[in-house]
Every structure is written in structure tokens, then in C-alpha cells.
Design a protein around this ligand. Structure first.
Ligand SMILES: [Zn+2]
Length: 262
């Protein structure tokens, strides 16, 4: 391994859902991955950006308990047990204990579902997101699942307020992009042969939403969300490519083995 990062993406909860659920005013059925990025840092070990959907949701009966009645169908979740982050890591040859850090873009039910597999990791989350997830507003609480984190009070959290160069070595920068949720954050990674790449997470669900500055259902604040689109534009204008969690094309174009084709 060189001194840069290797980053791989996996789909920890494929969705087949009405486009209107992820982009206001849209219609038709879309396939959307639930992206989790697995990052190998030469000094810090294995880092996850998000954790996908909880393994219980793979089983329709267990999903009723974990997510609540009818939720699996409502969100068009078509995951199998093999899609969950624990199995994905093992399939790639890692052990769960290899994961030293888990960065959460936010704590919606398609991002915080795998927290339970990493009780010994350090979690990096925006302070506002962590407290909000425990007591969300009426209009967003359907997308926060307390079962994802009700047993994590004893976990090790670093609670952030704003942007930071995570390890102060220029490899991972966290950019606070609130709106979709109060403490949403995106990540910019520095890759050995590729330079800077932005993992935008749910700053927008789809590139189409971002291009049109479209609001999204379950947004905590539309105003803050649109401001965060502007933040993405500065990143894009700097020539840094952006990859979103649920955009199928972004997922397909991202390396599955840590290697970028030249
Ligand atoms: Zn999401």
C-alpha cells in the first residue's frame, strides 16, 4: 500500500422505490443503492463512511420489529442478509475489528443501520445529528430508527461542530452540509493516484436533485439544504468529482476494489 487512501464502495441496502420518496415532485420507480465507503488509511487503519441498513431489515418479519410495520415495503428495501455491512466486510477479506473509525454522514435508517457491528470503533458524527437522532422533529422522525442506536450509548463518539481535517494529515476532510438532516456531513478524500474525491452522501439523493436544487422529502430544513447544495457547487467548481449515496450511476462508476482505472 502506498501512502494514499484506498476507497471501495459497497451497497448495504439496495432500494427499489418510487422516485418521489427521494426527490420532491418526481415519479416512477428507481433503483437506489445504500452506499457505504470502505477506506483503508495507511496509518489509521480501516474507516467506514456510513454503515447502511440494519441486517434485520433483510428479513421481512424481523424488519417489522426493527423498522416498524410496513416500512420495508414503503421504502422499497430489497436487501438480503449478504448486503449488510458485516457480511460485505468479511467478503472483502476484512475482520469487523479492523474497523477503527466509523464516520456517519447522518443517522437516517439507511445510514446508521450497521452501527451495532462496531462497538469498539470510534464514531465521528456531528454533535447536532447525534442529539437530534435521539429526539427528532415530528416531520422527520419516520427516517430515524431508534433501534439502530438505542444500544450505542456506551460507544466512543467524537462529536463535531462543523468542518474538520479529520486526522490533520490532509487525507480526509469532513464538510458539514446540513439541511437533509441537522448534522449532515460530506467527506473529501485524498487518493494516491486520483487526487481529491468528494463522497457527498445524502447532501443530495440524486445528481438530478442537486442539479435542479430540488428539495427532498423528509428534509429537516429546505433552506439549509439548498445552502448545502451551494457548498457542493464550490467543491464541483474546484474540479473535485462528487459521488452520492443513492445515485445508481455514481455507485456504478465508483471502484469496487479500491483501484481507480487510469
Ligand atoms: Zn439516505
Amino acid at each position: 500500500m502506498g501512502k494514499g487512501l484506498r476507497v471501495t464502495v459497497v451497497d448495504c441496502g439496495p432500494l427499489k422505490l418510487d422516485k418521489g420518496i427521494i426527490m420532491t415532485g418526481a415519479s416512477g420507480i428507481v433503483s437506489a443503492p445504500s452506499s457505504v465507503w470502505i477506506i483503508e488509511h495507511p496509518k489509521k487503519g480501516l474507516i467506514l463512511f456510513d454503515t447502511g441498513i440494519n441486517y434485520n431489515v433483510a428479513d421481512p418479519e424481523a424488519a417489522e420489529k426493527h423498522w416498524g410495520p410496513g416500512m420495508r415495503e414503503a421504502f422499497g428495501c430489497v436487501m438480503t442478509r449478504e448486503d449488510a455491512i458485516d457480511r460485505q466486510l468479511i467478503k472483502l477479506g476484512y475482520k469487523l475489528d479492523d474497523v477503527k473509525y466509523v464516520v456517519l454522514s447522518h443517522m437516517h435508517l439507511d445510514h446508521a443501520g450497521g452501527m451495532c457491528h462496531f462497538p469498539n470503533a470510534t464514531f465521528i458524527v456531528q454533535k447536532r445529528e447525534l442529539s437530534y437522532a435521539w429526539w427528532p422533529d415530528e416531520w422527520t422522525k419516520i427516517v430515524y430508527c431508534l433501534n439502530d442506536y438505542k444500544d450505542t450509548r456506551g460507544y466512543n463518539f467524537i462529536e463535531l461542530d462543523g468542518d474538520i481535517d479529520l486526522f490533520h494529515d490532509g487525507t480526509i476532510k469532513l464538510i458539514n452540509t446540513p439541511g437533509h438532516s441537522p448534522g449532515h456531513q460530506a467527506m473529501i478524500v485524498r487518493l494516491e493516484n486520483r487526487g481529491l474525491v468528494c463522497l457527498g452522501a445524502d447532501t443530495a439523493h440524486l445528481k438530478e436533485a442537486y442539479r435542479n436544487s430540488a428539495p427532498m422529502p423528509y428534509d429537516w430544513s429546505t433552506e439549509a439544504h439548498i445552502s448545502s447544495y451551494m457548498k457542493l457547487r464550490t467543491i464541483e467548481n474546484a474540479g473535485i468529482p462528487i459521488y452520492l449515496s443513492h445515485d445508481e450511476k455514481d455507485f456504478n462508476e465508483f471502484p469496487k476494489n479500491g483501484e481507480w482505472a487510469d
